[in-house]
Design a protein around this ligand. Structure first.
Ligand code: MG
Length: 168
C-alpha cells in the first residue's frame, strides 16, 4: 500500500514532467523564432517525451488506487541567448529531474514500496540517457561554434527526430 506521502510525491513528479514539457516548448519556440526549424523540432519531440513521462506517472498513480491532481505550473524561462544556451539550460533541467526522481526513489525505498521502486527504475535509466544526450549535443555545439556549415547541418539532422513511444 502506497502511503499518502509517496502518492503525493508521485503526483508532484507527474506535474513536474508536464512542466518539463512546457520548458522544452519554450525552447522550441525560441529556436523557431530564430528560423532554426531542426532545433525547434528537437525540442518539440523532447516536449512530447515529457508528456509521455507525465502520463506514465498518471497511469501508475491511478493503478495504485490514488487520485491524480493537476497543479499549476511555474512559467518557463522563455529567455535564451543562443541554441547552446537552450541546451545548457536543458541539461541543468534534466539534472534537476534526476534529483527529483532520486528523492522519490528514496521515499519508495524507505517505505519498502517495491512496486514503486520497480516503476521508478525505468525513469532512473531514462535520466542517464537524457543527461548524456544533452551533454553530447553541448559538446558538439561548442566544437562547431565558429563553423556555420556544421551548425546548419546539425539543425537539418534534428529536423528528422521523431517521437517514438518506447515499447516495454
Ligand atoms: Mg522527463
Amino acid at each position: 500500500m502506497v502511503s499518502e506521502k509517496l502518492a503525493k510525491a508521485l503526483n508532484e513528479q507527474m506535474n513536474f514532467e508536464f512542466e518539463s514539457a512546457n520548458v522544452y516548448l519554450a525552447m522550441a519556440a525560441y529556436c523557431a523564432s530564430e528560423s532554426l526549424d531542426g532545433f525547434a523540432n528537437f525540442f518539440l519531440v523532447q516536449a512530447e517525451e515529457e508528456r509521455f513521462h507525465a502520463m506514465k506517472f498518471f497511469d501508475f498513480i491511478n493503478d495504485i488506487g490514488h487520485r491524480v491532481t493537476i497543479q499549476g505550473m511555474t512559467e518557463p524561462s522563455n529567455e535564451y541567448n543562443s541554441v547552446l544556451d537552450t541546451f545548457e539550460q536543458g541539461l541543468a533541467h534534466e539534472k534537476l529531474v534526476t534529483k527529483k526522481i532520486y528523492n522519490l526513489a528514496d521515499i519508495a525505498l524507505n517505505e519498502r514500496e517495491h512496486a514503486t521502486m520497480a516503476f521508478l527504475k525505468w525513469f532512473i535509466e531514462e535520466q542517464v540517457e537524457e543527461e548524456a544526450n544533452f551533454d553530447t549535443i553541448i559538446q558538439k555545439l561548442k566544437r562547431i561554434e565558429n563553423d556555420s556549415n556544421a551548425f546548419f547541418m546539425l539543425d537539418s539532422e534534428f529536423a528528422a527526430r521523431k517521437f517514438t513511444p518506447p515499447t516495454e
